[in-house]
Ligand binder design. Sequence first.
Ligand code: GDP
Ligand code: PGA
Ligand code: MN
Ligand code: MN
Length: 612
Amino acid sequence: MADLEAVMDEAGLTNPEVREFVKEYAELTGAERIEVVNASDDRRLLEEAVAAGELEKAGEGRYYSRSYHKDTARSEERTIVATADEKDRGVYNNWRPSSEMKPKLHDLMRGASEGKTMYVVPYLMAPAGNALAPWAAGVELTDTRTVVLHMIRMARVGVQFVNDLEDPGHFVRAVHVTGDLENLGQGTDRDKRYFVTVADERTILHFGSSYGGNALLGKIAHGLRQGAYDGWASGKFLAEQYMLIGIHDKETGKDYHVCGGFPSASGKTNLAMMAAPDALGERYHVSFYGDDIAWLWVDEASGKLYGMNPEYGVFGVAKDTNETTNPNALASVGPHTDCIFTNVAYNPTTGEVWWEGRTKEKPKDRHGWLDWTGSPVADRKDDDTAPWAHPNSRFTTTLANVPNIAQDYDAPTGVPIDAIIFGGRTRDREPLIRAITDLAEGVYDGLTLGAEATSAAEGKEGILRYDPMSNRPFMAYGEGDYARHYLDVVGAATDQPIFAHVNWFQRDATDGHFLWPGYRDNLRPLLWLLQLKNGEVEGRRTAVGIIPTEEELDLEGVDIAPDDLERILSIDTERWQQEMDFREEHLSQFDRMPDEIWEAHRRVAEELDAEA
Ligand code: GDP
Ligand code: PGA
Ligand code: MN
Ligand code: MN
């Protein structure tokens, strides 16, 4: 590849260390040519992808793609954090020595991009000029064009983000090689895939997938795993799987900011895109800052805890997205948004897309529809109930397409954080909301988040498990050290945020219906939380936090049976006492868990015993 230098010259890629990195991996992977990508290349790349059959048109300015049928979700087993120091081993990070993993990945990648183009995608996982921007620059090398198109939607992309770095070597080196998807033994004991973050070298090596959650290295691997490691190593910040919203009260003129973690496919995107319920819309407006990742730090000037979304787009779950549940999501993937749908059902004749929950009934005329595997649904047997869209089918769109995007979403400052919430799919025990005012108890609560896993991870759906801070798949270092770092960062802030645990997913034991209507109505418990913080309501004290009384919660226009309401606003003490034993076991796995966390655990346990 003699013209490699010339291509980089032509593209104005001047950072000498980036150029070295590109050369090293172009040689290793055997790519036939390289192409340096700027966001302004989007239109041309879309056209090329359509011409090559990688994307299909889904009406005007919308696109459709299908991923290989064994490559539709993140693989947690194959995801590894590698460093030189075994002290970085945690329970969840699948730690391996970098001396073992780097050569392994290099062997897998050697010659694996032969005949292909290696795209060079410089990116920034932060608004330009943000306090954490020094940890946000990266370059993803990928041999798949649709991954480039996703990156342009999900991150700020262009050579300007790496050319003028203060330290030219301080960028994340992210390499994505797709591999021969049909011969990787996905999910078998001969699985060849590896998704490795060499965290202490700020190098990401992913082999064997083109699914977004494995292949968009700016988002998942840098935004979460590498970000978390850097935040800890620098002592400066946290990188969390959190949504981040603004709530504007038009009556008082006040703005609040709430962030929080729910495991993948458990409601972050829907909460961030929330349109206030009709009865509250006159007074409140919810604005979208982020729906999957927040980086948190203490602002030096004000001493306050701040947060920002490092991403530039939304990679959202399609299932159950409709005019009622999430009108903003639908608008964000409307005509001329240049959004990309992946693994939904598709009608190539009309360009329509469909997924379960899009409409109550499936499209009437089955003729012409293809399911997510590309098979005609008209050929299905009558009793075939398999979904038309993959349960983890997704839409990808840029933040600017989101109707409720915050006006200042791209501002370098970030926003001050008033509240941090945790939640997940928990069918019993967890009430609608319980507020926690003590930092250690809040962190303890996050560390003991127990929820059902979802189809965002391979082979896990429905399994109840602990998912600390919703970061289990993204843990970069030891959980005890993580807890210490969390306490230190948030503890250094002058105004402490209030914590809360929320649950939109409690179910009736008999018929399984959701007790709480959810979606837009989720604003109500959040408003109560802010009122509690402001001293405007008192709630009811319990061992596991403060819960709202029925009177305090604004329920105007909510469709809920009185029995169901009572259930979601009460604590089953016996069930919670049982839970405390599981928590003890869970926390005992972790090395160096701070005393404050154990003290919080014992305090809650004692109070539960006193209540019983
Ligand atoms: P994320 O992956 O955490 O961003 O979760 P999403 O917001 O994409 O939601 C994942 C799935 O949960 C989608 O199928 C949503 O329709 C569904 N969901 C989100 N919020 C609620 C809610 O409040 N109640 C119910 N029942 N389902 C919800
Ligand atoms: P999600 O994002 O949390 O919105 O599902 C993708 C993922 O975490 O895999
Ligand atoms: Mn996520
Ligand atoms: Mn999401």
